[in-house]
Design a protein around this ligand. Structure first.
Ligand SMILES: [Zn+2]
Length: 260
C-alpha cells in the first residue's frame, strides 16, 4: 500500500514537472497541480489520475495547436496559456473536493460528480481553445451581436461542438473507473459537462469582468494593458475567468449529483 502511494506521488510530481518544463504550467501552477493530483490520487489512485491526465494533456495539446490562428486573442485575456495556480485550482479544485468527499463517505455518487466536474472543465477548455478557430466571429449571448474572438460569453458552432466532444472524451475516459457504465450514464456525464460549459458562457456574458484599455481601446479581461490600468466596462469585481471556470466545473458536478 505504502509503495503504491509512493508511485502515485512520483507519478504526480513527474507530470507536474513535465507540465512546467513544457511551459504548460507556471511554477505556482505546478505546485497546485501536485496538490490537486495528491487529493485525487489519494482518493482514486491511478484511475482518477488517468482522467485528470486526459483533461490536462488534451487541454495542453489544444492550447499549443494552431497557436498562430489564435494570435491576438491572448491580448484580450488576463492570462496566457502558461497556467498559474489560480487557473489550475479553478479547473481541478472542484474535482479534488468531490474526490476528497468520496474518500470520506465511500459513496459512489461523489465519483460521478468528480467525473462530471472534469467533464465540465474539459468542455470549457476545448470550447475556448478550439472555438476561436472558427472562420466567423462568435455570437454574444448577451447582446446577440457578433463580437471579437476570445470574448467571454460568446459562442460559435465550432466551440459548441468542441465542448460536447471535450465532455464526451472525459465520459469515455471514465470507463476506466466505472464498472457499471451504461449508455444513460455516459450521456448524463456528457450532459452535465456540457451544461457546465453553458453556465460558463452565461456567467461570462453577464457577470464576468471586462475592461477597456484607455490607450488602445481594446476590450480585455486584463486589469493592465499598454502599461496602464484598464477601466472596468462590465462585471462584478471578483468575478474573473478563474471564478467563472470554478463555478461551472462545480455546477457540472452538482448537476450530476442531482441527475443521478
Ligand atoms: Zn492597450
Amino acid at each position: 500500500m505504502a509503495a503504491e502511494y509512493l508511485f502515485v506521488l512520483l507519478f504526480i510530481c513527474s507530470i507536474a514537472l513535465a507540465g512546467w518544463k513544457t511551459s504548460n504550467l507556471s511554477s505556482s501552477g505546478a505546485v497546485m497541480a501536485i496538490m490537486i493530483g495528491l487529493a485525487i490520487g489519494y482518493s482514486y489512485g491511478f484511475e482518477g489520475l488517468f482522467i485528470l491526465g486526459v483533461f490536462f494533456l488534451s487541454s495542453s495539446i489544444w492550447s499549443r495547436l494552431f497557436k498562430k490562428d489564435k494570435l491576438g486573442i491572448e491580448a484580450r485575456l488576463a492570462k496566457t496559456s502558461i497556467r498559474d495556480w489560480q487557473q489550475v485550482l479553478a479547473n481541478g479544485g472542484p474535482a479534488a473536493i468531490f474526490a476528497i468527499i468520496f474518500s470520506f463517505t465511500g459513496n459512489e455518487v461523489w465519483t460521478l460528480a468528480f467525473i462530471a466536474s472534469i467533464s465540465g472543465a474539459n468542455a470549457d477548455t476545448w470550447a475556448s481553445e478550439i472555438g476561436p478557430l472558427s472562420q466567423k466571429m462568435p455570437f454574444s449571448v448577451r447582446s446577440f451581436r457578433r463580437v471579437p474572438k476570445g470574448t467571454s460569453g460568446a459562442i460559435s458552432i465550432i466551440g459548441t461542438v468542441a465542448a460536447v466532444l471535450g465532455a464526451a472524451l472525459i465520459s469515455l475516459a471514465s470507463l476506466i473507473m466505472l464498472n457499471d457504465m451504461d449508455s444513460t450514464l455516459f450521456f448524463l456525464l456528457i450532459l452535465s459537462g456540457f451544461l457546465g460549459n453553458i453556465l460558463d458562457t452565461v456567467l461570462g456574458a453577464f457577470i464576468q469582468l471586462e475592461y477597456k484599455c484607455p490607450v488602445c481601446n481594446l476590450r480585455t479581461e486584463s486589469p493592465f494593458h499598454c502599461g496602464h490600468h484598464t477601466e472596468r466596462t462590465k462585471g462584478i469585481p471578483f468575478v474573473n475567468n478563474e471564478f467563472v471556470n470554478a463555478m461551472s466545473s462545480l455546477f457540472a458536478g452538482i448537476l450530476m449529483l442531482i441527475l443521478s
